[in-house]
Design a protein around this ligand. Structure first.
Ligand SMILES: Nc1nc2c(ncn2[C@@H]2O[C@H](COP(=O)(O)OP(=O)(O)O)[C@@H](O)[C@H]2O)c(=O)[nH]1
Ligand SMILES: [Mg+2]
Length: 199
C-alpha cells in the first residue's frame, strides 16, 4: 500500500468522544520513547504528522489520523510512563482499555517494542491482557538500526519465543527502523491485507 494522504483528524479524551465514523482503525501503542511518533511518520512518509498531536497535553489523548480517506491510524498514549502520578496512570490505563475493548472499528493493535531490550514486564503484561481480551494485535520491533541485522533478528525471535510459555498462537511481528525506513512495506501491506478482508 502507498500512503498518498495522511492528515490529523482529532484528539479525543475518551472513546465516547472518538469520531463517529465506521472506517477501520489501526491503533499504535507502546511505552513512551519507544519510537511511536517516528514510526508513524515513517509509515506515512509525513514528517511532523505524529508531532502535531504530541504537543504537551495531547499525549494523554487518543489521536486519530485519516489515511488515504480510507482508514484511521490511531495514536494511543504510552502506557507505564514512570514520571506520571499513579492517579494519572490509572486514568490513562482505563482510557486505553476502554478504547481497545469498546471501539468496534478497531481491527488491530500494533504493540511497539524497542528491539534492544529484553522482554519487559510491563510490555508482557499488556500483551497478555490483549490476548486474554481476544483483541487482535501484532508486535512491531523498533530501532532495529541500533543493532546488527543478525542481533536484531535474534532479539526479536527470543522476545516472541518467550510468549510461548503462555500462548500457543503467536501474533505476527515486524522488525522496523524509522531511521532506515525499514519494515515500512511489510507493515503497510499487512494493513492493506486486513483492509481487503473488510470490504
Ligand atoms: N536510531 C533510531 N532512533 C529512533 C528510531 N525511532 C525513534 N528513535 C529515537 O527515539 C527517541 C524517541 O522517539 P519518538 O518517536 O519520539 O518516541 P515516542 O515517545 O514513542 O513517540 C527519539 O530520540 C528518536 O529520534 C529508530 O528507528 N532508530
Ligand atoms: Mg510520541
Amino acid at each position: 500500500m502507498i500512503i498518498k494522504k495522511s492528515e490529523f483528524t482529532i484528539s479525543s479524551p475518551n472513546v465516547t468522544k472518538c469520531p463517529e465514523d465506521t472506517k477501520a482503525e489501526y491503533a499504535f501503542i507502546g511505552r513512551s520513547n519507544v519510537g511511536k511518533s517516528s514510526l508513524i511518520n515513517m509509515l506515512c512518509n509525513h514528517k511532523g504528522l505524529a508531532k502535531t498531536s504530541a504537543k504537551p497535553g495531547k499525549t494523554l489523548l487518543i489521536n486519530h489520523f485519516m489515511i488515504n480517506n480510507e482508514w484511521y491510524l490511531v495514536d494511543l498514549p504510552g502506557y507505564g510512563y514512570a514520571k506520571s502520578s499513579k492517579t494519572v496512570r490509572n486514568k490513562l490505563e482505563q482510557m486505553i482499555a476502554q478504547y481497545i475493548l469498546q471501539r468496534k472499528q478497531l481491527v488491530n493493535v500494533f504493540v511497539l517494542i524497542d528491539i534492544r531490550h529484553e522482554q519487559q514486564k510491563i510490555d508482557r503484561e499488556f500483551v497478555d491482557w490483549l490476548g486474554e481480551s481476544n483483541v487482535p494485535f501484532s508486535i512491531i520491533f523498533t530501532k532495529a538500526d541500533k543493532l546488527s541485522p543478525a542481533k536484531a533478528k535474534s532479539n526479536a525471535l527470543l522476545w516472541m519465543k518467550k510468549l510461548e510459555d503462555r500462548w500457543e498462537n503467536l501474533p505476527p511481528y515486524f522488525i522496523t527502523s524509522a531511521e532506515q525506513k525499514m519494515g515500512k512495506d511489510e507493515v503497510l501491506d499487512y494493513i492493506e491485507q486486513i483492509n481487503e478482508t473488510l470490504v
